[in-house]
Design a protein around this ligand. Structure first.
Ligand SMILES: [Zn+2]
Ligand SMILES: [Zn+2]
Length: 344
């Protein structure tokens, strides 16, 4: 089978690798029908995060179950499934508390001997706890929306839930990557009345508007802060969804938050520090972290199947799987928001 492999920073290769087989009785093997590249894949692509040369990569995929272990109860061969970006048991204390990304026997695809999601087949550990069954055989258009639930839609939703978006609230989203755009969608689902989307990138502004942004703030940093302060009569917003994770994006989030407001942070932290004094003085709340995607997928799946949301519109770059290098390059250069490939 063919799979993406990290060669060196800046270099992703498609290689022939061994077909996966059931190893544990709780495993399933999934034939991947669609996979994608994540903004977080760019950290090792850019050489900013460690990844061994030769490692399997990718953590977002959907597909069809082709083999199940003897102890798999909820899935059968032929089922179509969504894989959350982390596998989890569904039964440990953390899973039962809703923190499936912190499962005591779970992990992320592509590490510790577990297959990456950018490949033709994937062995899923803990299949019952991990994979979410989708009714029927979704067509490609539907698969775009389903694949978005693997990570970005759930991570954006986690930003909205963590930042306590309320019906009628005034909110802002910092970050216009696929997660930030998905946070805009999620704020709209939760009933926010005014949604500021910070974006200086025209194609992404268009997606933000489709997802329900009421005001595009075509600025960043201090300039964005001044605009939002002006538009909220100097008050600031109730909720900020911080979807980048850098010092600047975090600073902006604190600058535009009203006293007593909440930041939902879902960008992997890179060099940010929280201002303890300012947080104390202003009763600022901060929540968020790695999204428990497995918990959110059923909720968002219902909305996708009902046609209420179309999270797959974040995919604006389709690539031939054998040319995955081009997809990484496009996302690195921001010429693509999120890259998708169909494998069958
Ligand atoms: Zn991801
Ligand atoms: Zn667990």
């Amino acid at each position: 089978m063919r799979a993406a492999v990290f060669a060196n920073p800046g270099s992703i290769e498609i290689q022939e690798v061994a077909d996966p087989h059931i190893q544990e009785s709780t495993d399933a093997v999934v034939k991947v029908t669609a996979t994608c590249v994540c903004g977080s894949d760019l950290w090792y692509y850019r050489g900013l995060a460690d990844r061994e040369s030769g490692a399997r990569i990718g953590h977002e995929f959907i597909g069809e179950v082709v083999e199940v272990g003897a102890d798999v109860r909820n899935l059968k061969v032929g089922d179509f499934v969504i894989a959350p970006f982390k596998y989890s048991c569904g039964e440990c204390a953390h899973c039962k508390y809703g923190m499936t990304a912190n499962c005591s026997s779970g992990g992320i695809w592509g590490l510790r001997g577990v297959d990456g999601g950018q490949g033709q087949y994937v062995r899923s550990p803990l299949a019952d706890g991990t994979l979410v069954k989708v009714p029927g055989k979704p067509d490609r258009e539907m698969q775009r929306h389903l694949l978005a639930l693997s990570d970005v839609a759930c991570t954006g939703y986690h930003a909205a839930i963590s930042s306590r978006v309320k019906q009628g609230g005034t909110v802002a989203v910092v970050g216009d990557g696929a997660v930030g755009l998905s946070a805009v969608m999620s704020a709209a689902i939760l009933g926010a009345e005014i949604i500021f989307a910070l974006s200086t990138h025209e194609p992404r502004q268009q997606i933000a508007k489709k997802f329900g942004a009421t005001t595009i703030v075509n600025a960043r940093g201090d300039e964005a802060k001044e605009i939002i302060k002006d538009l909220t009569d100097g008050v600031g917003v109730d909720s900020v969804m911080e979807c980048v994770g850098t010092a600047q994006s975090s600073q902006t989030a604190f600058d535009i938050l009203r006293p007593g407001g909440t930041i939902g942070t879902v960008g992997v932290p890179h060099g940010l520090e929280w201002p303890a004094g300012k947080m104390f003085t202003n009763n600022f709340n901060v929540a968020g972290g790695v999204a428990p995607a497995r918990v959110y997928i059923p909720t968002l799946l219902d909305k996708v199947l009902a046609g209420t949301i179309e999270p797959g519109i974040v995919f604006d770059y389709d690539f031939d799987f054998e040319n995955i290098q081009g997809a990484y390059e496009a996302m690195d250069a921001r010429t693509g928001t999120k890259a998708i490939s169909f494998l069958d």
